[in-house]
Design a protein around this ligand. Structure first.
Ligand SMILES: Cc1cc2nc3c(=O)[nH]c(=O)nc-3n(C[C@H](O)[C@H](O)[C@H](O)COP(=O)(O)O)c2cc1C
Length: 200
């Protein structure tokens, strides 16, 4: 019998600079729900989308991506974003959902657009990089890239929703993943039910 105990959640008090990077993996809803649950009045929130993210968003989000007021969007082709430089990194970068392509490019230090450069900056400046990959099955190349990223200090938080909480909608199911992302950002949330006690 397994037992899950709720972990204490860190509470953030200072303004944290958060970069949300969205790539062309299935699961655009994860990015939308993360943005819906970040507060631009409390944190500085930046967003950047890969070219293919736009295609997947068009397939998966009927209303398109909704950026909450106060969120700062950046052009992936411009290096004129603050986080392109190690002198102004975000505190946390989340790549959600993360393709195997972007994961591989980050693992191998490609920096040809501002999303990849930001990930490179976050790793070298020892800030927090959270990757939310979505792919199945995984090849050895994917797993080796994940190993490299773990060794470099990244957090790999796969988009694997949990079913024990009885989600009834796609949003509730997506929130079981987004809740864990918020936990790793140190943002208190009750987005998804937590396993609290052993059931006899
Ligand atoms: C509808 C759709 C769903 C996709 N889902 C995935 C996926 O779940 N994981 C993945 O690694 N690639 C997926 N791809 C392929 C990527 O979009 C493609 O490899 C692209 O080059 C990734 O570029 P990016 O990493 O810059 O976003 C999907 C593509 C489309 C059109």
């Amino acid at each position: 019998m397994f037992r899950c105990i709720s972990k204490p959640i860190l509470r953030t008090e200072k303004i944290v600079k958060i970069l949300v990077a969205i790539t062309g993996a299935s699961g655009a809803i994860y990015a939308q729900r993360l943005l819906d649950n970040l507060n631009p009045a409390q944190h500085e929130i930046h967003v950047v989308l890969s070219h293919y993210a736009q295609q997947v968003i068009a397939e998966e989000l009927p209303a398109g991506l909704q950026l909450p007021p106060g969120v700062i969007a950046h052009n992936i082709k411009s290096m004129n974003a603050p986080f392109a430089s190690g002198s102004n990194p975000p505190d946390v970068m989340v790549v959600i959902p993360c393709t195997m392509g972007t994961m591989g490019r980050i693992a191998h230090g490609y920096s040809e657009d501002v999303l990849l450069r930001a990930a490179d900056v976050v790793l070298k400046e020892k800030k927090k990089l959270i990757l939310v990959p979505r792919e199945t099955p995984l090849s050895l190349i994917h797993v080796k890239n994940m190993e490299l990223l773990l060794l470099a200090g990244a957090t790999i938080l796969p988009a694997n929703p949990s079913f024990y909480a009885g989600a009834k909608t796609l949003q509730q199911l997506a929130d079981t993943v987004v809740s864990r992302v918020l936990d790793h950002l140190g943002i208190a949330n009750e987005l998804a039910p937590r396993w609290e006690r052993e059931k006899e």
